[in-house]
Design a protein around this ligand. Structure first.
Ligand code: ADP
Ligand code: MG
Length: 331
């Protein structure tokens, strides 16, 4: 059997079974971060890797953007728990022919974001690679005196919401791959793909509210990421596609090029906003407070159901399905 027959998540499930026996209170494989409890606070740990020609094309992303994005995707996993990012460990494999100026520019982007979120680079590894660049970051974070939010706490009846537009990053990637002429819409979408907005502060605020039940970041598209919540919380989900927040830039481009806008919003990955479920009795109040505090919306897109592992889409009341699924590395 090949790993492509299994897929990324069954593969992880297969080996993670060997490591279920953890010291008391430690949360291992299966959420955005591992959680290591200590007196009065928890440490959070996550890792995310970017590989040339898999996650990025060297000629299509500036080294500054790559440095920024490599850290951003890791900060997003700390946000997924509502934690505070603190330290980063960076491992790089580079072909010997890499220009020193390219590496300097990579660190310009990395440092800019690290300063913005007060994250310190404290170690790593640097090695030669034969052909392509590989960047791996391990991020360490903290949750001080407040609960963190897991994927496993969704309850039937919860309102499912997201904190930002869906599909922009996937559309930006498509614009790059299809070498679309750069005009303002495509430029905006490519910018979202390279420099995703992060919801670290918003996530910390949301984590301090008991009415927020489950939370994670959107890295593989809501179609895939909702399955992660459904598996961990043993529930189902129903999504009203007409409710998905979509930018006007994506609407313009998708209309002009006849792209399937809803499929893109539901299945394209790397938007890095938050996906959370909220007690329906408290949703409107929380939404108002969130709008006031952050001057942006908490978008309700559906509801958690008790139908185990069933993800159902409707469009204006009619059932809807997609031929494409959320991102999986091996499928
Ligand atoms: P995310 O998209 O939030 O980064 P993933 O979907 O990549 O999370 O991974 C799912 C879970 O599996 C996470 O808890 C992650 O830490 C864990 N995981 C993935 N790959 C490995 C690995 N090679 N070894 C141990 N844990 C892994
Ligand atoms: Mg994540």
């Amino acid at each position: 059997m090949k790993i492509s027959d299994l897929g990324e998540f069954k593969l992880i499930g297969r080996f993670s079974k060997r490591f279920l026996n953890l010291p008391g209170g430690t949360l291992g494989i299966g959420d955005d971060c591992a959680v290591i409890p200590t007196a009065g606070e928890s440490f959070l740990v996550a890792a995310d890797m970017l590989i040339e020609d898999v996650h990025f094309l060297k000629n299509d992303i500036s080294p500054q953007d790559l440095g920024y994005k490599a850290l951003a995707v890791n900060l997003s996993d700390i946000a997924g728990m509502g934690g505070i990012p603190k330290y980063a460990v960076l491992s790089m494999a580079l072909p010997s022919s890499t220009e020193v100026e390219w590496v300097d520019a990579f660190f310009d982007g990395f440092e800019k974001l690290a300063k913005e979120f007060d994250v310190a680079l404290i170690g790593g590894d640097t090695t030669r690679s034969m052909n392509s660049i590989a960047i791996n970051i391990t991020i360490l974070g903290q949750a001080k005196g407040q609960p963190i939010k897991l994927r496993s706490e969704a309850q039937p009846g919860d309102v499912i919401c997201v904190t930002g537009n869906l599909g922009d990053s996937g559309a930006g990637l498509k614009a790059i791959l299809e070498k679309l002429p750069i005009h303002s819409d495509a430029e905006y979408l490519i910018e979202q793909h390279h420099r995703p907005k992060l919801y670290v502060k918003e996530a910390q605020w949301l984590a301090s509210h008991a009415e927020v039940h489950a939370m994670m970041d959107v890295s593989d598209g809501i179609d895939s990421d909702l399955h992660r919540i459904m598996e961990r919380s043993r529930c189902g989900a129903s999504i009203g596609l007409e409710k998905l927040p979509i930018s006007k830039q994506l609407k313009n481009l998708a209309t002009r090029l006849d792209w399937d806008l809803l499929e893109m919003a539901a299945t394209a990955g790397e938007d890095y906003c938050l996906l959370l479920t909220v007690d329906h009795n408290h949703f409107e109040k929380l939404r108002l407070e969130y709008q006031r505090k952050f001057n942006t919306d908490l978008y309700p897109i559906g509801e958690i159901t008790s139908q185990l592992d069933k993800l159902e889409y409707t469009l204006n009341g009619q059932y809807h399905s997609f031929s494409k699924k959320g991102f999986d590395h091996f499928k």
